[in-house]
Design a protein around this ligand. Structure first.
Ligand code: ATP
Ligand code: MG
Length: 461
């Protein structure tokens, strides 16, 4: 399909010459002789110009006023203005209004051609960006939060209200896999910062000594290895949202620096003399009891109060089991598409198992299990044998003195055994991961990984 160029020019001779020239260059050209007809073109169904080439002064008004009024709701187009000699103020205003460029009359056709091609490239890139953003809009609309339970309905209502409020910061709490990341995206993409960046930082995933430079950025030479200036995540999120996941993992020193930056909305890059101002909305998430951490002195009270202007709690799946009836069919449908399977029926025995399990890994665990089952299905029926929900009855293992008795009668899977051993070691080490690791002669990292894998309770050390 040819790209469409709209020429707005009241001098018929010039308008026709330009139209002829660009038609030869394979453009689909429409000519409007005044603002009224240009408006008709733009509002009609047939013409969707990617570039608009316009004279400044038209019989029924100034084209810049027209540019200012039009735009929103239409697919992105770049504007190039044809200006009379010496109309500097108009040209400046044109650029301020976002025009691609202006060119003085009489203009060389070759130069104009280059300009129009450049504008078309730019408009195409903008349209791609718009399209991606709108895909995000629909992917992360309120409907993306599935669930019929009253708790989820209340949450959806809350998110709907928040989308219209320019909040400065907010804390989302909830166990692992309950949907904190999803809720963050919904908040961002349904709010007024939707077309601006959403930048994520998982405070638990980055070594402590790198967190500061990730957040605030640095100047060249700020420390060994800092070769070039680096814009930190706060700066990258300017005008948009920064998502600080697992905020409870920030150490106290950095909490202080973050508080200062959040309060003043400015900070310094590492090694810099000057300050950078930012306008960011903060969403912080935690799967731990942040208030408990405040009480035990591990999290600054002032930062907690600054961030938790608003609090959203996402209840665990076991407290809203009825949501399974919406979540499972949706996940099955998604996985059917992804894997080319065609599961149509979910037997009652499967529902029974799903509804009696307590879902420590919440929706993420559910999603993974559904995905596995769909992948391994060999008919149109959801395969119960691949559910493999962990045995709830791990109490079968018996603790005795320094050791423990583990039955080999099939009541415990190998995974269950590993879980009970680790659980027991943790309890003997007063929930301390390092202590438990010592008991089992494992490294702290291995232990931490397994403790998280089995969703066991432990104390931070
Ligand atoms: N109510 C829901 N409806 C549909 N999908 C959901 C819902 N809640 C969570 N999910 C999906 O479950 C998965 C896990 O959710 P998410 O990553 O947001 O959890 P989380 O709370 O951020 O977990 P973690 O604490 O481990 O980071 C994602 O794929 C998410 O899209
Ligand atoms: Mg998450």
């Amino acid at each position: 399909m040819k790209d469409c160029l709209l020429i707005i020019e009241d001098e018929a001779l010039l308008g026709n010459e330009l139209a002829r020239f660009f038609r030869k260059q394979h453009w689909d050209v429409s000519v409007a002789v005044d603002i009224k007809s240009a408006r008709q073109f733009l509002n009609g169904q047939d013409v969707e110009p990617i570039v608009i080439l316009s004279d400044m002064n038209l019989p029924d008004g100034n084209a810049l006023d027209f540019l200012e009024q039009s735009g929103s709701g239409l697919p992105y187009a770049e504007w190039i203005f044809l200006t009379g000699y010496g109309s500097v103020t108009d040209s400046v205003r044109a650029l301020r209004l976002g025009a691609y460029d202006f060119i003085e009359k009489p203009c060389e056709l070759d130069r104009l051609h280059m300009l129009v091609e450049g504008a078309a490239r730019s408009a195409r890139a903008q349209r791609r960006l718009q399209q991606e953003t709108s895909q995000h809009f629909s992917r992360y609309s309120l409907d993306a939060l599935i669930g019929r339970s009253q708790k989820i309905q209340i949450l959806r209502d809350m998110l709907k209200q928040l989308a219209n409020v320019p909040f400065s910061s907010l804390v989302i709490s909830g166990e692992t896999g309950t949907g904190k990341g999803l809720v963050t995206r919904i908040l961002h993409y349904s709010g007024n910062r939707a077309s601006k960046p959403l930048v994520e930082l998982n405070c638990a995933a980055i070594p402590k000594d790198l967190l500061e430079s990730e957040l605030f950025g640095y100047e060249a030479g700020a420390f060994t290895g800092a070769k070039k200036r680096h814009r930190g995540l706060l700066e990258q999120a300017d005008t948009g949202t920064i998502f600080l996941d697992e905020i409870g993992e920030l150490d106290l020193d950095l909490q202080g620096k973050l508080l200062k930056a959040v309060e003043e909305l400015k900070f310094r890059r590492l090694g810099s003399e000057s300050t950078v101002e930012v306008d960011v909305q903060i969403i912080a998430a935690t799967n731990r009891d942040l208030l408990g951490k405040v009480k035990s002195g591990e999290f600054r009270q002032d930062l907690y109060h600054r961030l938790s202007v608003l609090n959203i709690h996402i209840p665990p799946l076991r407290e809203r089991i009825e949501d399974l009836r919406d979540l499972v069919p949706q996940f099955v449908a998604d996985c059917n598409i992804k894997t080319g399977k065609n599961i149509k029926t979910i037997p009652d025995s499967v529902w029974d198992q799903l509804e009696s399990y307590d879902w420590p890994g919440n929706i993420r665990e559910l999603h993974n299990i559904v995905e596995r089952c769909v992948l391994l299905a060999d008919s149109e029926v959801f395969p119960a044998q691949w559910l493999q929900l962990p045995n709830k009855n791990v109490a079968a293992a018996v603790v005795a003195n320094d050791g423990m008795f583990i039955p080999l009668d099939g009541s415990l899977s190998l995974q269950d055994m590993e879980k009970v051993i680790i659980q027991e070691a943790l309890s003997r080490a007063n929930n301390n991961v390092t202590g438990a690791a010592r008991l089992l002669r494992a490294t702290r990292e291995t232990m931490r990984y397994r403790v998280q894998k089995y969703h066991l309770k432990y104390d931070q050390d």
